[in-house]
Ligand binder design. Structure first.
Ligand code: GDP
Ligand code: MG
Length: 298
């Protein structure tokens, strides 16, 4: 299965916070999110989604380091994200035309190109965009060195077929790197913890550092259709605990609900999710905790 020859390679998704990176990765991989796994020592923040079809296997690298909503992207973050492209065969640069900062984004493009990367720009959210605004923007990205500029809507799926073809046509031929179907209990565990972590990060608007850690305490697949998950959100300070719990428990309830809905969308299964918040002093220095987090994700 893994040895089947097809177009196969890595596609790193970059773009400003809120451009729609997570949305597009989920749409592209959909029910087919085969595995989500970090490379433990090196790139803790990379999520891998895999899209396998008869002719290709695209391995998407998301950049959760950029998930901070409502925060201006500074040059250092851009550079770090660019570094994260590693050996990606293609860089998919996602732009949100509703909030585009063209100078900044073109500068970023130049930096990625300077690393010798092939860039495809997807102009996202066209469901919200006036047609006359689209073309000038596309032209700017073309002039800025994008090999292809594709208008898409990650939300309703518009343009995604064309986008996939553009990515595929730039991938090398080779053996598949991952088995076709890899929805395992292990990877699902990891998807759950990453999903919860992203919700914390997004909903608390950066008041809780991205470095908060989610520990899966118990994970049971009750049936083919239902998983039961008990998880703890570990933070370093009491004040962060309060933020996560929220007034009358409203925040943690919302985190749990959104995470659950996301999981159900990603996997097509039902989830029962029980969340707790714990203060673990200096967990960033606690090697055992960190190891535990990755134990099930390799
Ligand atoms: P990320 O920070 O780049 O990962 O962005 P997200 O994927 O989390 O998306 C940010 C917001 O944009 C969410 O509210 C999405 O629902 C929304 N969004 C993403 N793609 C589209 C799209 O194609 N159209 C519209 N209207 N909204 C979108
Ligand atoms: Mg995201």
């Amino acid at each position: 299965m893994t040895s089947k020859i097809s177009l196969c390679g890595y596609c790193c998704i970059l773009g400003r916070p809120n451009a729609g990176k997570s949305t597009i990765m989920n749409s592209l991989c959909g029910q087919k999110i085969a595995i989500v796994s970090p490379k433990p020592q090196t790139t803790r923040d990379k999520i891998v989604g895999i899209r396998t079809t008869n002719i290709s296997q695209i391995i998407f690298l998301d950049t959760p380091g950029l998930h901070v909503a409502n925060k201006p992207l500074n040059r250092r973050m851009m550079r770090e994200a660019t570094e994260a492209t590693g050996d990606a065969d293609v860089v998919l640069f996602l732009s949100d035309p509703l909030t585009v900062r063209i100078e900044e984004e073109l500068e970023w493009l130049a930096e990625i190109r300077a690393k010798g990367k092939v860039i495809i720009v997807a102009v996202n959210k066209i469901d919200q965009l006036k047609k006359e605004e689209l073309l000038p923007l596309m032209e700017k990205f073309s002039a800025g060195g994008a090999e292809a500029v594709i208008p898409v809507s990650a939300l309703d799926g518009d343009g995604l077929d064309i986008l996939v073809q553009e990515i595929e046509s730039r991938l090398p031929l080779g053996p598949r790197l991952y088995p076709e179907e890899m929805v395992t209990e292990r990877s699902e565990r990891f998807i759950v913890s990453e999903t919860i972590r992203e919700k914390v990060f997004r909903l608390t608007h950066d008041e809780v550092p991205y470095s908060c850690l989610v520990r899966i305490e118990r994970y049971e697949e009750k049936s083919e259709k239902l998983s039961v998950v008990y998880a703890s959100i570990c933070v370093a300070k009491e004040s962060q605990k309060g933020i996560i719990i929220g007034k009358g428990g409203s925040m943690i309830k919302r985190i749990g609900q959104e995470a659950r809905e996301d999981m159900e969308r990603q996997t097509g299964r039902k989830f029962f999710l029980d969340l707790k918040v714990k203060t673990v002093k200096e967990w960033t220095k606690n090697e055992k905790l960190i190891k535990d987090q990755f134990r099930d994700s390799k």
